[in-house]
Design a protein. Structure first.
Length: 281
């Protein structure tokens, strides 16, 4: 069974609609795809409607923005009740904070780059969560950078003077909220050192495990072989599972569907523990 549990649609920072994402997953020979847009579940219904015609099962999720002591961490939450108030409120607050942060960054960037807030909105299409990838798309459209990756390596980097922090959940609390909502939390790319200067310490992951963390995403494009082994060793130490995924964004990133996969046993655990079912053809 080929399971890619971490992908994004145009409802956050991907370029494919949920339906197009499901069709692409079918072309790549995937059996299961996880739709995990940033801080939103808005794409779930469209993706679910595409399950019968694509033959690809849908693992519903979201990628929750978290931070601790100024260090960012993303938490994949699977099969949770989207109507659970405390978690729904936190996701709404995160989306609003991301949007405000994006506007502030555009104001800073506009001093040195030919970019406006309207340019960013034009690139965000139907996105519910507006963020740095849409700024990158606007910079690419303006001819300043050749692609998103180049923009993120430059003025959109976390070390850049243009960068603005945003509110997000503390990761241990996020794990508690996901579990309270009947969901299953998995830490996304926990050792991706190229994304920021500091990484979340092992002690925080230990507290997350106590709060219900199910697994670490080990096999990811942003982990080199040494970082994958570090993440795998940490998972063994914590007694949690390991996962893998593409983190597909359509044309927004070079990541390709199915380039890394989740072990079937972990999917079985998530389905057994989650409040929602896997949507199957």
């Amino acid at each position: 069974m080929r399971i890619d549990p971490h992908t994004h649609s145009s409802y956050s920072d991907g370029t494919d609609t949920p339906a197009a994402l499901m069709a692409a997953a079918a072309r790549e020979g995937l059996d299961v795809v996880g739709l995990t847009d940033h801080d939103t579940t808005e794409g779930w219904a469209e993706a679910a409607a595409a399950v019968p015609r694509t033959g690809v099962s849908l693992l519903r999720g979201t990628e929750i923005s978290c931070s601790v002591d100024g260090v960012t961490l993303h938490l994949l939450a699977y099969l949770f009740d989207p109507d659970y108030g405390p978690l729904a409120d936190a996701l709404t607050a995160a989306r609003q904070s991301r949007s405000n942060r994006t506007r502030y960054m555009v104001e800073r960037l506009a001093v040195d780059y030919p970019i406006t807030w309207e340019d960013v909105l034009a690139q965000s299409a139907d996105a519910v969560t507006i963020g740095r990838p849409h700024i990158a798309d606007a910079l690419v459209a303006a001819g300043v950078f050749p692609n998103r990756s180049a923009a993120f390596a430059g003025p959109l980097a976390t070390s850049s003077p243009y960068y603005v922090h945003y509110w997000s959940l503390e990761p241990v609390e996020a794990c508690r909220l996901v579990r309270a909502a009947g969901g299953v939390p998995v830490a996304a790319h926990p050792r991706a050192a190229n994304r920021q200067r500091r990484l979340v310490p092992d002690a925080t992951f230990a507290r997350m495990a106590e709060a219900g963390l199910a697994a670490l995403e080990v096999d990811h494009r942003d982990h080199d072989p040494a970082q994958r082994e570090q993440a795998r060793a940490l998972a063994r130490e914590l007694g949690v599972g390991t996962s893998g995924a593409s983190d597909y964004h359509g044309d927004g990133k070079p990541n390709r569907l199915g380039e890394n996969l989740m072990p079937p046993a972990l999917l079985e655990q998530i389905v057994a523990e989650g409040a929602l079912p896997l949507i199957t053809p």
